[in-house]
Design a protein around this ligand. Structure first.
Ligand SMILES: N[C@@H](CCC(=O)N[C@@H](CS)C(=O)NCC(=O)O)C(=O)O
Length: 230
């Protein structure tokens, strides 16, 4: 029986945070086109919410929104929240960091297009620093070059979020691979290991065949591509 319905567009961007998780835990779910809810019905659903992704829980018949809230909700159900003290907070903080980066990289969902100067400044300063923040977090929690996870010795929701963020970013924009390698070499390898987990690998292979390198879509993706390619 279907457990979840995920409403999102045909792009990986924020939807993949949820989708990688659902694939990892082998949850029975289906992805639906978001137009069933967004924009016209977003106030009419239970737990009304502004924007995609939306996760419908078939059992409770509730719609959950806000990517970090959805991931923490699923993380708790499937036991993907690290147990050590303080780690729940750190897991949430990691997902919120990811969400901030999505916001920053798209200039607040394309409210403004990138200029060469602003992009260069962002790439060399904030984006690099974000990468270093993830690297330091991992190293502090025992992440090693070829083993370990972001917040300890077992996989957690934070690894899925980190991979949905940086794995997707460097796949869609291979020009940024070197930035990740330089600023966060252990994170780069962590993302590769997570992307290689059986269920996730099969899912990504299909998705990448279908979508190619599309990232967030729209004018802001074009703007990003112009910056990165120049
Ligand atoms: N804070 C929300 C953001 C949701 C959001 O802004 N979604 C993006 C797409 S990934 C959007 O463009 N929404 C359209 C809108 O805000 O009308 C979350 O984390 O889920």
């Amino acid at each position: 029986m279907l457990k979840y319905k995920l409403y999102y567009w045909d792009v990986p961007f924020r939807g993949n945070f949820i989708q990688l998780f659902l694939e990892e835990v082998n949850a029975k779910y289906k992805r639906y086109d978001v137009s069933e809810i967004y924009p016209n019905n977003r106030i009419n659903i239970s737990y009304p919410a502004m924007a995609p992704p939306y996760l419908y829980d078939c059992k409770s018949k509730k719609y959950f929104a806000q990517m970090p809230a959805i991931l923490m909700h699923l993380g708790k159900i499937y036991n993907y929240i690290p147990k050590r003290s303080g780690m729940l907070t750190l897991a949430l903080k990691t997902i919120l960091d990811c969400n901030d980066i999505l916001m920053e990289i798209t200039n607040n969902h394309g409210t403004k297009m990138w200029s060469k100067k602003n992009w260069k400044e962002f790439r060399c300063n904030r984006l690099s620093r974000w990468m270093m923040i993830f690297e330091k977090t991992g190293l502090e929690n025992g992440l090693k070059k070829d083993k370990g996870f972001l917040l300890g010795s077992t996989i957690s929701v934070a690894d899925i979020a980190t991979t949905a963020l940086f794995g997707t970013l460097v796949y869609c924009f291979p020009e940024l691979k070197n930035d990740l390698h330089k600023n966060a070499p252990s994170i780069k390898r962590l993302c590769q290991r997570i992307e290689n987990r059986l269920a996730i690998r099969a899912f990504l292979q299909g998705q990448r065949e279908e979508y190619g390198k599309v990232y967030c879509g729209g004018k802001i993706e074009n703007s990003l591509r112009k910056m990165i390619g120049s």
